[in-house]
Design a protein around this ligand. Structure first.
Ligand code: ZN
Length: 181
Protein backbone atom coordinates (compact mmCIF):
# COMPACT_ATOMS: atom_id res chain seq x y z
CA UNK A 1 0.00 0.00 0.00
CA UNK A 2 0.95 3.56 -0.26
CA UNK A 3 0.86 4.59 3.38
CA UNK A 4 -2.51 5.24 4.97
CA UNK A 5 -1.77 8.96 5.17
CA UNK A 6 -1.35 9.14 1.39
CA UNK A 7 -4.68 7.39 0.82
CA UNK A 8 -6.26 9.97 3.12
CA UNK A 9 -4.57 12.77 1.15
CA UNK A 10 -6.41 11.55 -1.95
CA UNK A 11 -9.70 11.82 -0.06
CA UNK A 12 -9.01 15.37 1.10
CA UNK A 13 -7.79 16.55 -2.31
CA UNK A 14 -10.76 14.95 -4.10
CA UNK A 15 -13.11 16.58 -1.60
CA UNK A 16 -11.53 20.00 -2.14
CA UNK A 17 -11.76 19.50 -5.90
CA UNK A 18 -15.22 18.03 -6.31
CA UNK A 19 -17.38 18.34 -3.18
CA UNK A 20 -20.05 21.03 -2.99
CA UNK A 21 -19.11 23.80 -0.54
CA UNK A 22 -21.96 23.06 1.82
CA UNK A 23 -21.15 19.45 2.73
CA UNK A 24 -21.52 18.70 6.45
CA UNK A 25 -18.36 18.32 8.56
CA UNK A 26 -18.69 14.57 8.87
CA UNK A 27 -18.41 14.32 5.07
CA UNK A 28 -14.64 14.63 5.50
CA UNK A 29 -14.36 11.84 8.06
CA UNK A 30 -16.46 9.53 5.89
CA UNK A 31 -14.35 10.40 2.83
CA UNK A 32 -11.10 9.66 4.65
CA UNK A 33 -12.57 6.46 6.07
CA UNK A 34 -13.49 5.27 2.55
CA UNK A 35 -9.96 5.80 1.34
CA UNK A 36 -8.28 3.90 4.18
CA UNK A 37 -10.77 1.22 5.30
CA UNK A 38 -9.59 -1.34 2.69
CA UNK A 39 -6.29 -1.61 4.58
CA UNK A 40 -8.14 -2.83 7.67
CA UNK A 41 -7.82 -6.18 5.90
CA UNK A 42 -4.24 -6.47 7.25
CA UNK A 43 -6.05 -7.92 10.25
CA UNK A 44 -6.25 -11.07 8.08
CA UNK A 45 -2.55 -11.69 8.80
CA UNK A 46 -3.11 -11.91 12.54
CA UNK A 47 -6.14 -14.15 11.96
CA UNK A 48 -3.92 -16.55 10.02
CA UNK A 49 -5.65 -15.81 6.68
CA UNK A 50 -3.02 -16.16 3.92
CA UNK A 51 -2.06 -13.09 1.88
CA UNK A 52 -3.39 -14.65 -1.34
CA UNK A 53 -6.73 -15.71 0.20
CA UNK A 54 -9.98 -14.16 -1.09
CA UNK A 55 -10.27 -12.23 2.19
CA UNK A 56 -6.50 -11.77 2.59
CA UNK A 57 -4.73 -8.39 2.44
CA UNK A 58 -5.38 -6.72 -0.96
CA UNK A 59 -8.12 -9.26 -1.66
CA UNK A 60 -11.87 -8.67 -1.75
CA UNK A 61 -11.74 -5.64 0.58
CA UNK A 62 -9.52 -3.81 -1.90
CA UNK A 63 -11.94 -4.35 -4.80
CA UNK A 64 -14.12 -1.57 -6.27
CA UNK A 65 -17.07 -3.94 -5.73
CA UNK A 66 -16.49 -3.84 -1.98
CA UNK A 67 -16.05 -0.07 -2.35
CA UNK A 68 -19.54 0.15 -3.83
CA UNK A 69 -21.05 -1.85 -0.96
CA UNK A 70 -19.19 0.30 1.56
CA UNK A 71 -20.37 3.49 -0.13
CA UNK A 72 -24.03 2.37 -0.12
CA UNK A 73 -23.68 1.46 3.55
CA UNK A 74 -21.99 4.71 4.60
CA UNK A 75 -24.41 6.93 2.70
CA UNK A 76 -27.31 4.99 4.23
CA UNK A 77 -25.94 5.41 7.74
CA UNK A 78 -24.36 8.87 7.73
CA UNK A 79 -26.44 10.74 5.15
CA UNK A 80 -29.91 9.51 6.02
CA UNK A 81 -31.29 13.04 5.82
CA UNK A 82 -30.36 13.29 2.12
CA UNK A 83 -33.28 12.51 -0.16
CA UNK A 84 -32.89 9.10 -1.77
CA UNK A 85 -31.89 9.26 -5.48
CA UNK A 86 -31.55 13.04 -5.33
CA UNK A 87 -28.65 14.70 -7.06
CA UNK A 88 -26.79 15.08 -3.74
CA UNK A 89 -27.45 11.45 -2.81
CA UNK A 90 -25.92 10.28 -6.09
CA UNK A 91 -22.95 12.58 -5.57
CA UNK A 92 -22.18 11.03 -2.17
CA UNK A 93 -22.66 7.51 -3.47
CA UNK A 94 -20.40 7.97 -6.50
CA UNK A 95 -17.82 10.07 -4.65
CA UNK A 96 -17.36 7.60 -1.80
CA UNK A 97 -17.35 4.69 -4.24
CA UNK A 98 -14.61 6.28 -6.34
CA UNK A 99 -12.57 7.07 -3.24
CA UNK A 100 -12.81 3.50 -1.99
CA UNK A 101 -11.92 2.27 -5.50
CA UNK A 102 -8.96 4.68 -5.61
CA UNK A 103 -7.38 2.72 -2.79
CA UNK A 104 -6.99 -0.54 -4.70
CA UNK A 105 -6.08 1.32 -7.87
CA UNK A 106 -3.30 3.25 -6.11
CA UNK A 107 -2.05 0.04 -4.53
CA UNK A 108 -1.84 -1.51 -8.01
CA UNK A 109 0.81 1.14 -8.79
CA UNK A 110 3.06 -0.08 -5.96
CA UNK A 111 6.16 -2.12 -6.59
CA UNK A 112 5.82 -4.83 -3.96
CA UNK A 113 3.62 -7.28 -2.12
CA UNK A 114 0.89 -9.24 -3.87
CA UNK A 115 -1.34 -7.73 -6.55
CA UNK A 116 -4.82 -6.36 -5.91
CA UNK A 117 -8.05 -8.32 -6.46
CA UNK A 118 -9.50 -5.46 -8.49
CA UNK A 119 -12.21 -7.59 -10.10
CA UNK A 120 -13.23 -9.54 -7.00
CA UNK A 121 -15.59 -11.22 -6.34
CA UNK A 122 -16.00 -12.03 -10.06
CA UNK A 123 -12.36 -12.82 -10.67
CA UNK A 124 -9.92 -13.44 -7.84
CA UNK A 125 -6.79 -12.72 -9.89
CA UNK A 126 -4.45 -10.27 -8.15
CA UNK A 127 -3.58 -7.39 -10.49
CA UNK A 128 -0.79 -4.84 -10.77
CA UNK A 129 -0.49 -2.16 -13.42
CA UNK A 130 2.46 -2.65 -15.79
CA UNK A 131 3.96 0.63 -14.53
CA UNK A 132 4.55 0.70 -10.78
CA UNK A 133 6.40 3.81 -9.64
CA UNK A 134 5.17 3.87 -6.01
CA UNK A 135 7.52 2.20 -3.55
CA UNK A 136 5.39 -0.20 -1.51
CA UNK A 137 4.91 0.86 2.09
CA UNK A 138 5.94 -1.48 4.90
CA UNK A 139 3.03 -2.89 6.89
CA UNK A 140 3.02 -1.17 10.27
CA UNK A 141 4.13 2.28 11.32
CA UNK A 142 7.61 1.49 12.63
CA UNK A 143 8.76 0.41 9.15
CA UNK A 144 8.28 3.98 7.94
CA UNK A 145 11.20 5.17 10.08
CA UNK A 146 13.80 3.26 8.09
CA UNK A 147 15.66 3.83 4.83
CA UNK A 148 12.85 1.94 3.10
CA UNK A 149 10.41 4.31 4.77
CA UNK A 150 12.24 7.32 3.36
CA UNK A 151 12.04 5.86 -0.15
CA UNK A 152 8.31 5.29 0.37
CA UNK A 153 7.76 8.86 1.52
CA UNK A 154 9.74 10.27 -1.41
CA UNK A 155 7.85 8.24 -4.01
CA UNK A 156 4.48 9.00 -2.45
CA UNK A 157 5.23 12.72 -2.33
CA UNK A 158 5.99 12.61 -6.04
CA UNK A 159 3.31 10.24 -7.31
CA UNK A 160 0.45 10.83 -4.86
CA UNK A 161 0.84 14.11 -2.96
CA UNK A 162 2.02 16.24 -5.88
CA UNK A 163 -0.86 15.24 -8.20
CA UNK A 164 -3.30 15.65 -5.27
CA UNK A 165 -1.91 19.10 -4.48
CA UNK A 166 -2.15 20.14 -8.14
CA UNK A 167 -5.71 18.82 -8.39
CA UNK A 168 -6.75 20.80 -5.30
CA UNK A 169 -5.03 24.00 -6.50
CA UNK A 170 -6.31 23.84 -10.08
CA UNK A 171 -9.87 23.06 -9.00
CA UNK A 172 -9.83 25.87 -6.44
CA UNK A 173 -8.61 28.34 -9.07
CA UNK A 174 -11.34 27.15 -11.47
CA UNK A 175 -13.98 27.57 -8.74
CA UNK A 176 -12.78 31.07 -7.92
CA UNK A 177 -12.74 32.07 -11.58
CA UNK A 178 -16.14 30.62 -12.36
CA UNK A 179 -17.94 31.82 -9.24
CA UNK A 180 -21.00 33.89 -10.10
CA UNK A 181 -20.81 37.51 -8.99
ZN1 ZN B 1 -4.08 -1.14 0.52
Amino acid sequence: MPSVISHAAVAVAAGIAFAPRDVPDHFWSVAIACSIIPDADVIAFSLGTPYDHFFGHRGFFHSPFFGLLMSIFLVGVFFRDVELFSRRWFFYLVFFFLLAASHGILDAFTNGGLGIALLAPFDTTRYFFPWRPIVVSPIGIQGLFTKWGLMVIRSELLWVWLPCFLMAIVSTVIRVLTVRH
